[in-house]
Design a protein around this ligand. Structure first.
Ligand code: ZN
Length: 255
């Protein structure tokens, strides 16, 4: 089988992990922008974007893995100065075609600063008609999720290409109700392979995307292939497995 991991920070992992993913059938990964330390200024994120768009695809290609790049300001990565410079950088990158999505963006505490910067980023993504990947936090997830839904409605965002990520079993139907895609992160402390089986059994496969959120903290490069194995063992048919572990992501992102 072949897979796409729809949310990773693979640039924070060694090449051995990329090789292992390739060997397990991971054909492509979505690489989301996130810097693990709060930036002191705009250059941190501008250089991060350059790393992701210019270097990371080559590194992955050397292992036979394709990359779709998402750029943006994560709510935990808002620099204290120079936000306008980063927003300009994001526009320039979309203009050049080097990135194909906005992400990962979203809300952590839903402060007025986070909301203001998110609205500006949504407007840029809307202008370039690119998919948007929204983070939801571990803390106050339901509250922040509701805030996010209201923002999407207020800003009249076309939700077809919106992925609301790190969702719980309870939030998946709420995202699907408004037509947004539901990202399921399979990771210790988040969702399990069995959770994916129960989500697909209850809500079907449309608009469901599985990912590892691979980063420098505990996360599994083989999360997506392992979900597929669990689904097959649970008796879910291969076409449905392929939709949530490959096709739905392939249809949204440019690979
Ligand atoms: Zn992430």
């Amino acid at each position: 089988m072949r897979f796409i991991d729809s949310h990773t920070h693979i640039y924070l992992r060694g090449i051995q992990d990329v090789e292992a993913m390739s060997a397990a059938g991971v054909e492509g990964v979505v690489i989301c922008s996130y810097f693990p330390v709060k930036p002191t200024g705009p250059a941190t994120l501008i250089d991060l974007h350059r790393w992701l768009t210019d270097d990371e695809p080559k590194r992955l290609r050397s292992c036979g893995v394709k990359a779709a790049i998402a750029v943006g300001i994560h709510p935990r990565c808002i620099p204290p100065i120079g936000v306008a410079d980063v927003l300009q950088d994001i526009s320039t990158i979309f203009e050049s075609g080097k990135a194909s999505a906005l992400g990962e963006v979203g809300l952590e505490t839903a402060s007025s600063e986070e909301v203001e910067i998110l609205i500006k980023q949504m407007a840029i993504a809307d202008r370039y008609n690119v998919p948007m990947i929204f983070h939801t936090p571990r803390q106050n997830k339901n509250y922040v999720f509701d805030k996010l839904l209201k923002l999407l409605q207020d800003q009249k965002i076309d939700v077809d290409k919106v992925i609301i990520d790190h969702l719980t079993v309870e939030l998946v139907p709420k995202a699907r109700e408004i037509g947004a895609n539901a990202g399921i992160t399979v990771q210790p402390g988040k969702m399990t392979e069995k959770d994916v089986v129960s989500i697909v059994s209850s809500y079907g496969t449309e608009g469901i995307l599985v990912n590892s959120d691979l980063s420098n903290v505990i996360s599994d490069p083989l999360a997506v292939p392992k979900v597929a194995r669990e689904m097959i063992e649970a008796g879910i048919n291969k076409a449905d497995v392929e939709r949530v572990t490959y096709l739905n992501a392939k249809n949204i992102f440019k690979f």
